[in-house]
Design a protein around this ligand. Structure first.
Ligand SMILES: C[S@@+](CC[C@H](N)C(=O)[O-])C[C@H]1O[C@@H](n2cnc3c(N)ncnc32)[C@H](O)[C@@H]1O
Length: 212
């Protein structure tokens, strides 16, 4: 893929990327296309389809986090990151603090490490292991992000003890948060966007104040 072609494609999605960001995204997509031929990483095989169906979430998420997550030294976890989604393309546009991609499968971690180095992103690390076994010294997190890792109810139950009292859990969902029993969390912000004609949502949840 040519850089100009990729810049035009992201602009058509509504995102004006600077030359460095386009270069980083090209590195991500071309590394992913190559690895995906031999390791099962993502469903689509062509970069354009990967961009339009998967990476687009990261682009919208960067705008959402720029509005709600300002802390300079914010520590973020991306649980069940797989091929580095949403985290790796996100880090090209939102580079605050330190960002840990947690993934249990070794080959997916090897891919992410190679992609990070090809993309030139900073303060972004891969942890090869189960989310349930995360080292205590990186907890609690200020921000937890997760896409297609587990059903949201399970995710809320798993992360409640991993999140700082003032931290945010960002759920990427195809459903609205309103009307749901958020199990010890409260909805602080919600953002709705459309991908290929269907609505998707970010829920920013915070732990309920227990008054203690
Ligand atoms: C369906 S994929 C989603 C990947 C990525 N977040 C995305 O949106 O494309 C879920 C990922 O979670 C990983 N995974 C499953 N259970 C895990 C666990 N307990 N700890 C860490 N990673 C896990 C799987 O290996 C897989 O790569």
């Amino acid at each position: 893929m040519q850089l100009e072609e990729l810049r035009e494609e992201t602009a058509a999605l509504g995102f004006e990327l600077n030359p460095q960001q386009v270069q980083g995204l090209q590195a991500y997509l071309s590394t992913l296309e190559k690895w995906n031929r031999s390791v099962n990483l993502v469903g689509p095989s062509h970069w354009r389809e990967i961009l339009h169906s998967l990476v687009v979430d990261s682009l919208y998420l960067s705008g959402f986090l720029s509005r709600i997550a300002h802390q300079e030294d914010i520590r973020s976890l991306d649980l069940g990151a797989g091929a580095g989604l949403p985290g790796l393309p996100l880090r090209l546009l939102w580079d605050k603090g330190s960002y840990y991609l947690v993934e249990s499968r070794f080959k997916r971690c090897a891919f992410m490490r190679q992609a990070i180095s090809a993309m030139g992103i900073q303060n972004t690390y891969v942890i090869n292991g189960r989310v349930e076994d995360l080292p205590r010294d990186i907890l609690p997190a200020d921000l937890i992000v997760s896409r297609a890792f587990m059903p949201w109810k399970k995710l809320l139950a798993l992360t409640v003890s991993m999140l700082d009292v003032r931290g945010s859990l960002i759920v990427l969902s195809s459903q609205e948060a309103e009307g749901k029993d958020l199990q010890g969390f409260v909805l602080k912000e919600q953002f709705c966007y459309q991908v290929q004609g269907k609505r998707r949502f970010f829920w920013a949840l915070q732990k309920m104040d227990d008054g203690g």
